[in-house]
Design a protein around this ligand. Structure first.
Ligand code: NAP
Length: 545
């Protein structure tokens, strides 16, 4: 069943249209071609790379190890490409995305600088009609949203930004040219993973840096290092096996995870374990104790360890106190990895403003006014985060079967089956959707698994001459019940984060991510394929006419 019908009212007919050319969309395009589908992709940027295309801010770096944060589907690519650092910086990751796009010759099927505006399901013809900002129209059998969880910046929600006479940058829309901070007074708003990466780099260049912090984050030392040839050779020798292990692990990375609860070890031993993990750097902390995200007392002990490290590192006690997080469990917000973040506050040219006690009131022509002061600035950087998980989907006017809109369906929060498909939206697939393991897993492996699943699903439809598939409402609600039940057993929903949507005014508070592990999630998806998609309802060609 190939959609080769002639153009209808100027519409381009396709089997599949993919929205987005980040890592998920790129792999989907490669796979769909391999299946012989007529396929195109559209992408808002002017090249591939997704989040790594947009986030060119100083210090941008991935907090997943480079040997894990790359495609696993091709041993040739794994052997060809060599990462230079344990945690790769944005330029290297973007170079990798471009290398893959070249190798697979992806760009010939991508329309860049193109943004989808409306998507409507035509019930009678079992097709999606997609319109773009530029007026292109596609009519497609399978629509794949590879729009990512962090592609719609929240923006600087402070009055007066348009009045600012200096340079104003948003981390997620960083310009392609080099920004020179030398001799300038710079202000950074926001201290999540992004702000924490920007601050140490800009502090070294700027005349003066003011950091506007609202909620302090917990951050751990990254301790990045160059990868030596011997290590790389060893990894490459065992790459396929390592990737298979990672795929079937809880987070999708080669990292030790223990079954040891915190209180099962002596005070001295747990102190030693935490000190070692701190000294080694990276996300090892997360795997130290099995109950870290389930037992508040265990969580408090680990949080206190990090709080002590802040007090030891930051010389000025008042600054150290302001940087110290309280009031939410450690790791319930995305853990940050930094390169000298706390140390940066010992520099003479760096000042911390506590926006909890001294909130930002406005941006003026010459700087930022807080409740108590005006700080003169030449440059303002907004590292204020994203309308995460649902923002990109909700930004498009999507109407499914029987005229029901996605905005209506998701008014109370994202609902789907396996984060892959939604009841009422036939043949609309999501890659790394809001209800899968999302940011709790390695996105590249999740992207691959989701795209592979979509191909299995389309194979099934084609093998049985079925034009449409969508989740059964009861399967979707049972799955969402599981998502909520798993999250509620943990401390994860207790923090205000982009996970829970509380960073965006008016967004319903809801932890929509599957927190049961990538391995368990993969099993659930594989069961659907192995058992002939019991959680889905399909339409027959004859009944559809
Ligand atoms: P974020 O974690 O949502 O942090 C946004 C920051 O901006 C918060 O500190 C927030 O304070 C602050 N903020 C927002 N509006 C503000 C306002 N009006 N006034 C003062 N402060 C304001 O966003 P992010 O740092 O961009 O990170 C988002 C996610 O991207 C991360 O969790 C991570 O998953 C991913 N990321 C990963 C990496 C990496 O791989 N290393 C790097 C960067 C980002 P409140 O918390 O008080 O709202």
């Amino acid at each position: 069943m190939t959609n080769t019908g002639g153009q209808t009212g100027g519409a381009t007919p396709l089997d599949m249209l993919i929205i987005g050319q980040g890592f998920g969309g790129m792999y989907m395009l490669h796979k769909a071609r391999g299946m012989g589908l007529s396929v195109r992709a559209i992408e808002a940027g002017d090249n591939v790379g997704g989040v790594w295309y947009w986030n060119r801010y100083p210090g941008a770096r991935c907090d997943v190890m480079s040997i894990d944060y790359c495609y696993s589907f091709s041993n040739e690519i794994m052997q060809d490409w060599t990462w230079s650092e344990q945690f790769a910086a944005q330029p290297e990751i973007l170079a990798y995305a471009n290398y893959v796009a070249d190798k697979l010759d992806l760009r010939r099927d991508v329309l860049f600088n193109t943004r989808a505006t409306t998507m409507r399901y035509d019930d009678a013809r079992a097709l999606w009609r997609v319109e773009t900002e530029g007026g292109e129209v596609f009519e497609v059998t399978y629509l794949v949203m590879a729009t990512g969880p962090l592609s719609v910046p929240k923006g600087i929600d402070v009055p007066g930004a348009e009045r600012f006479g200096g340079e104003l940058y948003l981390s997620g829309r960083w310009p392609h040219h080099t920004v020179d901070f030398a001799g300038k007074r710079v202000g950074v708003i926001g201290t999540g993973s992004t702000g924490i990466q920007i601050v140490p780099v800009v502090a070294q260049q700027a005349q003066a840096l003011t950091v506007f912090q609202r909620t302090p984050s917990f951050t751990l030392p990254m301790r990045n290092r160059k990868l030596d040839a011997g290590y790389v050779a060893q990894i490459k020798e065992h790459y396929p096996q390592l990737r298979a292990l990672a795929r079937n692990s809880f987070t999708g990375g080669v990292r030790a995870i223990t079954s040891r609860p915190l209180f099962s070890v002596s005070v001295a031993e747990r102190e030693r374990l935490m000190s070692d993990a701190w000294d080694r750097g990276g996300l090892e902390f997360l795997g130290l104790f099995s109950d870290l995200l389930f037992n508040q007392q265990a969580n408090d002990i680990v949080a206190d360890f990090v709080r002590r490290k802040i007090a030891e590192t930051v010389h000025d006690p008042e600054t150290a106190a302001t940087l110290t997080p309280h009031g939410y469990p450690i790791f319930a917000r995305r853990p940050c990895l930094d390169s000298g973040y706390y140390e940066t506050f010992n520099r003479d040219n760096v000042t911390l403003v506590d926006c909890l006690t001294d909130p930002i009131q406005e941006i003026t022509a010459t700087g930022i006014r807080t409740a108590t002061a005006h700080i003169d600035l030449d440059v303002i950087i907004g590292a204020t985060g994203y309308d995460g998980l649902t923002g990109a989907m909700m930004a498009v006017d999507i109407t499914g079967r029987d005229g029901r809109s996605l905005r209506e369906k998701w008014a109370g929060g994202a609902q789907s089956y396996l984060g892959l498909m939604m009841a009422g939206f036939p043949n609309l697939f999501m890659i790394a959707g809001a209800n899968g393991p999302s940011a709790l897993a390695n996105f590249v492996l999740l992207n691959e698994q989701n795209a592979d699943w979509i191909c299995d699903c389309i194979d099934h439809l084609r093998a049985h001459a079925l034009p449409g598939i969508e989740p059964r409402p009861e399967a979707e609600s049972a799955y969402m019940h599981t998502v909520v039940a798993i999250a509620e057993q943990s401390l994860m929903p207790k923090a205000n984060t982009w996970y829970t949507g509380t960073n965006i005014a008016g967004k319903p508070r809801f932890f929509p991510i599957f927190a049961g592990g990538l391995n368990k999630y993969r099993e659930m998806c594989a069961d659907e394929v192995a058992n002939g998609f019991p959680g889905f309802v399909t339409t027959r060609a004859d009944a559809d006419a």
